[in-house]
Design a protein around this ligand. Structure first.
Ligand code: ZN
Length: 309
């Protein structure tokens, strides 16, 4: 048997749409991504399936999930942020960590939706020359990494995330039993207070939510907490023997390995110890941030943060 990450990472499914990319990662695990925006995950057991996040809500993720699996769908949000919960309104039921219940039920500020739509325009503008250079020189882009224009009939000016009320509240240690597959809820606050990861220990899979990412990790938000983030990533790093593949919610590198989680935990510790170099950058809403750069990821903190946190 070849190591899964040494072979081709994905088999493209037949369900690609104009907006969603679907790729089978292994038996019972599908990436349902909005490339360049957010990655949601469909995880199937013998009886039920979990859809981990519902994306931006600019196209119908329920339809895609229901085409992929005949099993009963349990929607679970990694946290309440709009880009992970935008499709909640398409479902009658969904679960979120207890702390996220109020947060996901509140209307999100309109400037968030506006700011994100402006970001999608900048992303598409950057995509043209990036793709052209890749075609000529770099050859890193594969089908599931292609940025797409917003779907036909979607009006960016009318984009808003509808507040939704969860039907099930999750706590750390809860086990979602899908029949032949168990997902353990790990409460990993830091990015937001309600962040969770899902661990499928029997199959060695960690679904990292927004706690683990392969690009900038957002610790600059109003509801972020650097110390909690450091503790959560340390906890995940200490469990690194329990998983072999790590699936994340943002960026085109949607998969990595336990080594990344260790690097991230060390990165946060370095930040707390004031031992990292910080440069200026902006986040996806064009808000100025400080960025701590590491080999395989970076961490955003508020622009006004002191160098020694
Ligand atoms: Zn988030």
């Amino acid at each position: 048997m070849t190591h899964p990450s040494a072979s081709r990472a994905t088999e493209t499914g037949p369900f690609r749409t104009a907006w969603f990319e679907v790729a089978r990662m292994e038996e019972g695990v599908h990436l349902v991504s909005e490339p360049g925006h957010v990655n949601s995950w469909l995880i199937e057991g013998e009886k039920d399936a979990v859809l981990f996040d519902t994306g931006l809500g600019v196209a119908n993720i329920r339809q895609v999930a229901e085409e992929l699996t005949p099993r009963r769908l349990l929607v679970v949000n990694s946290h309440y942020h709009f880009d992970h919960t935008g499709g909640n309104r398409l479902f009658e039921e969904f679960a979120i960590h207890r702390i996220g219940a109020d947060l996901v039920s509140q209307p999100s500020p309109p400037e968030l939706a506006e700011g994100y739509m402006a970001y999608t325009q900048r992303l598409l503008k950057a995509w043209g020359p990036y793709k052209a250079a890749d075609d000529l020189y770099f050859h890193l882009l594969t089908a599931e990494r292609m940025i797409r224009p917003l779907p036909d009939g979607f009006d960016p000016a009318g984009y808003q995330v509808v507040p939704t009320v969860p039907t099930r509240l999750l706590d750390d240690g809860d086990v979602l039993d899908l029949g032949g597959r168990k997902l353990r809820v790990l409460h990993t606050p830091g990015h937001s207070p309600d962040c969770i990861c899902l661990l499928d220990e029997a199959n060695g899979l960690l679904f990292g939510g927004d706690t683990i990412n392969t690009g900038p990790i957002y610790a600059q938000l109003e509801d972020s907490d650097l110390r909690l983030f450091a503790a959560s990533t340390r906890r995940l790093a200490d469990m690194a023997g329990s998983y072999r593949r790590v699936f994340v919610c943002h960026f085109l590198r949607y998969e990595d390995q336990p080594g990344l989680v260790r690097e991230i935990a060390e990165g946060f510790q370095g930040l707390l110890d004031g031992e990292v170099y910080l440069r200026g950058n902006v986040d996806c809403l064009n808000t100025p941030v400080k960025e701590a750069c590491f080999e395989h990821f970076s961490i955003f903190i508020p622009a006004g943060a002191p160098t020694r946190a």
